[in-house]
Write a protein that binds this ligand. Structure first.
Ligand code: 3HB
Ligand code: PYR
Length: 340
């Protein structure tokens, strides 16, 4: 169903008010919608495209929707617990793992189904993935943190597929209820470079003190269809090497997280991947800033305003972070101009 009339395009998202999430025009179709409000809703098809609801907002007034748009008509579908929308070039998939006492097995099942679906639909290349989970820092009945149990299930599937070191930019962050929600973007093909931060140990080489199975994600993913590319920056925190820095100090953690992003998208790192020119924090858009303690929110907002463009889409969300000593985590997207 690939259209020959439209040139290759890079996937685009916007942040809107939830009430405005489903607005379309003849030129603008919806690939997928993620709402961040005061309740959760399992993925479903709505007006022919997937929608999933995450409980991340504190009150009904301050939610938003992340809307992935396409210039092409979108076909929606369902495969087991997965709801998806695809347009011939990209697919958006969302799935849900209800609260369970066995996250390793449930994660393994969900990841396996996703990989199976992507292969059968013909979009094998994942370039960005997000996970939101309730009780991320709580202990399971086996006495292991929920995040670590999730990592065990994910690692098993990826090992089986030989993909342990090939995963793209990711986010794993807390949600206020509902179990685990996972959504991703994948494509048929295109130039993809997974980028590491020279100041951080690759997550898949983290020592076992952080959990029996290392996380599988890249610090950022450069993705380009046929024209201008995007750099998807993972959820980034105050980690140097593999260690959490500045315990208890939200201001220094925030500045270090920002410094880590600046490092990943800057010329020094990108040139090592032949991806000049580099970028600065003012080039970041569709920014999500996750803050563990509500009392730190204003402080984090003030710091972020020093660095981000005033025109950028940016939201601040109260959420737990995958290590209990991390107070802030930040993700975003750089839209490159020109031919790369
Ligand atoms: O385990 C992950 O994939 C992950 C990725 C980014 C941030 C984070 O807290 C966790
Ligand atoms: C954020 C985080 O947990 C990591 O970079 O490993």
């Amino acid at each position: 169903m690939k259209s020959t009339l439209l040139p290759a395009y890079a996937p685009v998202s916007t942040f809107r008010s939830p009430g405005d999430a489903h607005r379309t025009t003849p030129e603008q179709h919806t690939l997928g919608v993620v709402t961040f409000t005061d309740g959760w809703a399992r993925p479903r098809l709505r007006d022919g495209h997937p929608e999933v609801g995450l409980h991340l907002a504190g009150s009904s007034g301050d939610g938003f929707a992340e809307v992935w748009i396409s210039p092409r008509p979108v076909t929606g579908g369902e495969f087991g617990d997965i709801t998806y929308g695809h347009d011939g070039e990209y697919v958006f998939c969302a799935t849900h793992i209800p609260e369970t006492a066995d996250y390793p097995t449930a994660t393994e099942t969900a990841y396996s189904a996703l990989l199976e679906l992507l292969t059968s639909l013909g979009y094998p290349q994942i370039f960005r993935i997000w996970h939101y989970m309730s009780d991320i820092n709580a202990d399971s009945p086996r006495g292991m943190e929920v995040y670590r149990e999730f990592c065990v299930g994910r690692a098993k599937v990826l090992e089986r597929h030989g993909m342990s070191h090939d995963m793209p930019a990711a986010t794993v962050i807390g949600a206020h209820g509902g179990g685990i929600f996972l959504y991703l973007l994948a494509c048929r093909g295109g130039t993809q470079v997974n980028i590491e931060n020279p100041r951080q140990v690759p997550a898949y080489h983290y020592p076992s003190k952080y959990g029996p199975k290392s996380p599988n994600f890249a610090r950022a993913t450069y993705f380009a269809p046929d024209g201008p590319g995007r750099i998807f920056v993972s959820g980034t925190a105050a980690i140097l090497g593999h260690q959490t820095m500045h315990h208890g100090d939200v201001e220094r953690q925030c500045r270090l997280a920002l410094g880590n992003i600046a490092q990943v998208i800057g010329t020094g790192t990108l040139s090592a991947y032949d991806l000049e020119p580099g970028h600065g924090l003012a080039d970041l858009d569709q920014i999500k800033v996750y803050v563990r303690r509500t009392e730190d929110m204003d402080r984090v907002r003030r710091i972020c305003r020093e660095y981000f463009a005033p025109t950028a889409d940016i939201v601040f969300l109260n959420a737990d972070i995958c290590r209990s000593d991390l107070l802030v985590e930040i993700e975003g997207i750089v839209a490159r101009t020109g031919s790369s």
